[in-house]
Design a binder for this molecule. Sequence first.
Ligand SMILES: [Mn+2]
Length: 445
Amino acid sequence: MSSVFHQHTEDARIIKINMMDINNEIQEFNHQNRASHEFQFQYIAELLSRKGIDVQVIIEKIKAFQIAIPSWALGTGGTRFGRFPRGGEPRSLEEKIEDVGLLHQLNRASDSISLHIPWDIPRDPAALKSQLSAHGLTIDSVNSNTFQDQPNQSLSYKFGSLCHTDVAVRQQAIDHNIACIEHGKALDSKVLTVWLADGSNFPGQQHFRQAWQRTADSLAEIYQAMPDDWTMLIEYKPYEPNFYSMVIPDWGTSYSLCQHVGPNAQVLVDLGHHLPNTNIEQIVARLMHFGRLGGFHFNGSMYGDDDLTTASIKPYQFFLIFNELVDAMTDPRVKNPSLAWMIDASHNVKDPLEDLLQSVQNILSTYAKALLVDRALLSEAQENNDVLAAEELLRDIFATDTRAIVAEAARQAGGAMEPIGLYRSLGIREKLIEKRGAKSMATGL
Ligand SMILES: [Mn+2]
């Protein structure tokens, strides 16, 4: 691995960007693994060709699909019982950008980063923008944080933020969201993501209708401060940290708040923010039908907001969700804006960078499957109530191994065909520990 020190001049200042350049290593690695890849890729290409599908059309769609990486996923996650960091974690926003730059070099599918304010307040936007462009990255969304109190904060969010009974607390939370918009503007972001922990822990604690109304009015005020070309994403979650009621527990409430604030407000679906066995694919289809699905947070869930690796637990459900997404995305009658894709996960036992690479691979291979579904045949089976034919059509595609298509897309885009294999063979984690220390801790969660 060659560690290159790039220099970039902007605004008469010299900004030093410490960038790990592994492009030569990627080419060499791909070359070494070429024969085995070709064998697998030719097989799937031939299989698709017999079905009348041009594999290159699918590859181009995979290459265009980019998934944002949240700044808070770059460190080891934890639970309230403990955290077991493995070292080399990014100590600053600049190092977080370095890590995402590295991921993007490896998979060519992670070209943006989401920030959480105040964990990632940009101190020098011009320098950050230079660093971002040197890595081929942009800022995806800015995420506000009114779920915990910050040092020096005058009023507490213990009993809520945008829904609080005290107008002064609501105003503080509104001001914080507007400050997030300002930070985002400085870095050319165009999305504000709002997730509220607001709710109640005991029956009788909160007046449900008033809590909704106060939240709606607070969001409307934030919305007014947003530039016209921005989107507000409103995320929902059924429980945690509040265990009796959440002000925004479900997609219906998010949807009602979007309708209240204006056309540039959209619902954000986080895969882990549902009760067990919720039919998420149906929610996705409904929201896209209404033109109100704005963003997507990928992760895996066994019981709740587990933030496990995407598709690690229920790969078939994940495929069914992607099937609905692609169905709506390819239907000209659907008037839904393009979606903001992001991984929202936090990991206790895996190397966070390996986990992100794994998540992206799972997302892309599932997206590839959804692209292979013969929509005309599926529609015909549905219209004729041929239940078995419709189901088997989906099951056949689900059982198709699309990993070689994803590897080929990465190769064509200049990335590694096997990103995790290369990451390990280059000893990147060891090098990060050497550089940042065994005890370095990422800011944030
Ligand atoms: Mn989320």
